[in-house]
Design a protein around this ligand. Structure first.
Ligand SMILES: O=C(O)c1ccccc1N[C@@H]1O[C@H](COP(=O)(O)O)[C@@H](O)[C@H]1O
Length: 217
């Protein structure tokens, strides 16, 4: 049985990064999307990433970012992974991967069974897959909405060719059940470890990570 790996997304203070590392999470996510309450500037993310403990995988989340945006982010922030959370095509994912030489995690939104085949479109081009709830049509954000999808849609589908991460509406209370139902070995959370939009809570980060690491799929 492989260990569960946890990603905490939307960090914006040194205290957030310290809480994530102390809890034993594997990934720390920084959001570069101005509409998000978790948006960080490049300078802010650079300062956080430079001080992050060795071994913590530092992930930049972007949404339909241009080369200019990615050039600026990757040029200033020491990163270990790029998370593409918009409508990037498989061709764009391959292009980003080749241009920046960083592993790329592509998010795919799921609302119902008809969305599940989308995941396979990215198997060949991404290093990781992130399976999230599809945002409602009127949503401002393409993720980070605290919404989950029907986890039964993933039951028995552990075998994509790339590592995958489950996201969407996870909380300290439901993450063990989500892992059990889907067989996920990696989980990602943002809203579920906040006391208010954009404000991470170190107690919830610890509780979430503890519940995930103790869970068995
Ligand atoms: O967190 C955000 O603000 C965000 C903004 C734009 C795209 C994605 C975002 N977050 C990602 O969304 C999922 C689920 O988040 P939640 O736990 O339901 O709040 C997760 O992968 C975040 O990385």
């Amino acid at each position: 049985m492989t260990d569960i790996r946890v990603k905490i997304c939307g960090l914006s203070t040194p205290q957030d990064v310290a809480a994530v590392a102390a809890a034993g999470a594997a990934f720390a996510g920084f959001v570069f999307f101005p509409k998000s309450p978790r948006n960080v500037s490049i300078a802010q993310a650079a300062a956080l990433a430079v001080e992050a403990p060795i071994g913590l995988c530092k992930v930049a989340l972007t949404v339909n970012a241009s080369d200019d945006d990615l050039d600026a982010i990757t040029g200033a922030v020491p990163l270990d992974m790029l998370q593409l959370h918009g409508k990037e095509s498989p061709e764009r994912v391959a292009e980003v991967r080749a241009r920046y030489g960083l592993p790329v995690m592509k998010a795919v939104g799921i609302a119902d069974a008809s969305d599940v085949p989308q995941i396979a479109l990215y198997e060949q081009v991404a290093d990781q897959l992130l399976i999230d709830a599809k945002p409602p049509k009127e949503a401002e954000l393409p993720g980070g909405n605290g919404l989950s999808f029907d986890w039964r849609l993933l039951a028995g589908r552990k075998y994509w060719q790339k590592p995958w991460m489950l996201a969407g509406g996870l909380t300290p209370e439901n993450v063990a059940e989500a892992i059990r139902m889907t067989g996920a070995r990696q989980v990602d959370v943002s809203s579920g470890v906040e006391s208010a939009p954009g404000e991470k809570d170190s107690g919830l980060i610890e509780a979430f990570t503890k519940a995930a690491l103790a869970a068995r799929g």
